[in-house]
Design a protein around this ligand. Structure first.
Ligand code: NAX
Length: 405
């Protein structure tokens, strides 16, 4: 397993070496003036030997919103190797808005003071092109929160602008093997916008987070059934990371048995569990006076670790571009169940969908269509055409004609 990871790591380095931007550009202090960004001198980008084990080639990992509360819980875990592995040295690229740079400086100091052996350097900046240069993993956590009196539509469009700009910058300067995980809300539509503005990369490389919702559902089931959390599997979160999401346990298993049979309480499932998961974020805000942070960071680590290293036969839910299955419009970033063999995902297809599930999934689909329509001006036409005409053509028959040419 470990040698396979090494081969993958070396292959990744080979792929990225053919990228025009070289690693030393990121780390050379001479390239940076004091215009709102600072660089912590690195200990050099090379393969280190750590505690008797061979380390993999260094990977560049970006986190936006790096001075925010989720990042505060997330960064130490990444730096400690919990996400990408204990043999994976990293350079952390921390991005923030100019107003938050001094706070970010404090975060950097703390990371230094942790003396994480895997951290080979830290780039801290408000400049997207410097921040995303050479990154292989971009965790897009930063986003504007909804302010008082702000319409959902305004929130969508101001965040969409941010993600459009981030997509363009990633397109220009990120490493060839880039993977993007969007956490900042509205996460699904932000992932769409970002992918649409980064045409160099396959849209499948852009994912949005619903793992926190999956974890919440798993915990509730384990508690109800009185079993251990790893004994619960195949929980699905369909749709948007919003209150229209549908936590579905139709296919879930508890100790290998049908979760529904084990729970044997449809009323609890529909009237307690589903609404509770849907409203859990609001419940945390009410109790804590701040939104979920440690649990959100844990969900980022869980998803990216499973995606990166593989999750065996466990199912994971994640927002990915719909391929038109399950009646979801092609190109909507909709959360579905996937399997992670390591470094990519495979959709779980052909699951039977009951009437109740179909109606829940449809509500979330409609909301995502509305979100997409509100930001359509930020989706470059070519991307829109590529993602949406396939379905339209299939309906009108134009696709058939084109295929027969
Ligand atoms: P915070 O407000 O604590 O931090 C956000 C940080 O992002 C701030 O420091 C801000 O300066 C920064 N920021 C804003 N615009 C930026 C930009 N253009 N570039 C770089 N940084 C930027 O929020 P936090 O609690 O950390 O939450 C971050 C995001 O995660 C929010 O959008 C939140 O709604 C979302 N969440 C998503 C979840 C999911 O499951 N997908 C769950 C948790 C969380 O609610």
């Amino acid at each position: 397993m470990s040698s396979l990871r090494h081969i993958r790591g070396l292959f990744r380095q080979f792929v990225n070496n053919s990228c025009s931007i070289k690693q030393d550009r990121v780390l050379s202090n001479s390239n940076y003036s004091s215009h709102g960004n600072f660089i912590v001198p690195s200990r050099g980008v090379q393969i280190y030997k750590g505690s008797g084990k061979d380390w993999l080639p260094t990977l560049h990992v970006a986190v936006t919103g790096a001075a925010g509360q989720i990042a505060y819980s997330l960064l130490p875990r990444i730096a400690n190797g919990e996400m990408l592995g204990e043999d994976q040295p990293i350079v952390l690229h921390l991005l923030e808005v100019p107003q938050a740079l001094s706070k970010l400086e404090g975060v950097v100091m703390e990371l230094q003071d942790c003396a994480f052996p895997l951290v080979q350097g830290i780039v801290a900046t408000d400049d997207l092109r410097k921040g995303f240069a050479d990154v292989s993993v971009a965790l897009l956590v930063g986003a504007k929160p909804r302010s008082q009196g702000m319409e959902r539509k305004d929130l969508l469009s101001s965040n969409a602008n941010i993600f459009a700009e981030q997509g363009k910058a990633l397109n220009e300067v990120a490493a060839n093997d880039l993977r993007v995980f969007v956490v900042g809300n509205p996460a699904n539509t932000n992932a769409l916008i970002c992918a649409a503005n980064a045409p160099r990369f396959n849209p499948e490389r852009f994912m949005s987070m619903t793992r926190l919702d999956q974890n919440r559902t798993q915990y509730m089931l384990a508690e109800k059934a009185g079993c251990k959390i790893p004994e619960v599997d195949r929980v699905i979160v369909w749709g948007n990371h919003s209150s229209t999401q549908y936590p579905d346990i139709t296919h879930a298993r508890i100790k290998g048995e049908s979760a529904r049979k084990v729970i044997n309480d449809e009323k609890w499932i529909r009237e307690v569990m589903i609404p509770k998961v849907q409203q859990r974020g609001a419940e945390v805000i009410k109790a804590r006076g701040a939104s979920s942070a440690a649990s959100a960071a844990a969900a980022v680590v869980d998803h990216m670790r499973d995606y990166w290293h593989g999750a065996g036969d466990r199912w994971c839910s994640v927002g990915i571009p719909s391929d038109g299955t399950y009646g979801i419009d092609e190109g909507l970033w909709y959360s579905v169940p996937v399997m992670c063999p390591g470094g990519h995902y495979r959709r779980i297809l052909n699951l039977p969908i009951e009437e109740f599930s179909a109606s829940m999934m449809e509500k979330s689909r409609k909301e995502l269509v509305e979100e997409r329509d509100a930001v359509r001006h930020l989706i470059p036409k070519e991307f829109g055409e590529k993602m949406y005409t396939a379905k339209k053509n299939a309906v009108t028959g134009a696709g058939k004609k084109a295929a027969s040419k």
